[in-house]
Write a protein of this length. Structure first.
Length: 237
């Protein structure tokens, strides 16, 4: 099975993370970046700062929107919350990769164009964090197990570290879109990301979409920074 929404144009593969405290600052960034990017991620900081209202505005202006709220709750709540987010005109929504949660989100998105991404294992967790939380599997085994469960649940894609992309591709083939944060152009500051990859190597390892925040939003020229990443994606693809 070929996953839907596999991007063909390099520019469509860049998702800029709008990690801003409020909608006004996020809108300024979108205006500055202009047509250099077409896909924006609204995460918890912006959403809880009132920025969720930006989603339908961005969608109406022709941009794609990724709502990164990593849902996880009882199935009834996940299903109904997913249906609400579908009404915002978003293209992607993240949920945690628990089978029950994934199945509920798939039910909530039914009949809408919203695509669901499952967060395999948070990239801030290592094997000892998983053991502390009571898991019997280490990170790479759990990521692979959850990738297979995501396919079975009808999920469209996975958010994963670039370091995991090649292994997931080997396990599930083209059945899932792979969306990788932790991307840094050569020479860019890594910030708090521990395992980073360049746009070119993330693409070579099988990523469909790259999520990039600070290397674009904190650059003195965010538009030029986005253009450089698109050029690197084009050269790699
Ligand atoms: O600024 P930076 O490029 O590190 O931003 C990466 C974005 O991707 C942030 O919005 C972060 O919350 C998100 N993310 C991540 N690692 C994950 C999942 C999401 O960095 N495993």
């Amino acid at each position: 099975m070929i996953a839907p929404m596999r991007p063909t144009e390099p520019r469509d593969r860049l998702i800029v993370a709008l990690d801003a405290p409020d909608a006004a600052e996020a809108e300024r960034l979108v205006a500055t970046i202009g047509d250099a990017a077409r896909f924006y991620k609204i995460g918890m900081e912006l959403a809880y700062g009132g920025g969720l209202a930006l989603a339908p505005k961005l969608a109406a202006s022709g941009k794609r929107v990724f709502i990164d709220l990593k849902l996880h709750d009882i199935p009834n709540t996940v299903e109904r919350a997913t249906a609400q987010i579908a009404r915002l005109g978003a293209t992607f929504l993240t949920v945690h990769a628990y089978p029950q949660t994934m199945r509920a989100a798939v039910a909530g998105a039914k009949g809408s164009p919203l695509k669901l991404l499952a967060v395999s294992v948070l990239t801030s967790s290592d094997d000892s964090d998983l053991a502390e939380a009571g898991y019997a599997f280490g990170v790479s085994d759990l990521v692979e197990r959850r990738a297979r469960q995501a396919v079975a649940a009808g999920i469209d894609g996975l958010v994963c570290s670039p370091a995991e992309a090649a292994r997931i591709r080997a396990a599930v083939g083209d059945a899932l879109l792979l969306v990788t944060p932790g991307v840094r152009p050569a020479g860019a500051a890594t910030g708090d990301q521990k395992r980073v990859a360049t746009p070119a190597s993330a693409i070579a390892d099988g990523a469909d979409y790259l999520v990039v925040g600070r290397p674009v939003t904190q650059d003195s020229d965010p538009r030029a920074a986005a253009e450089r990443i698109v050029a690197e994606i084009a050269a790699a693809g």
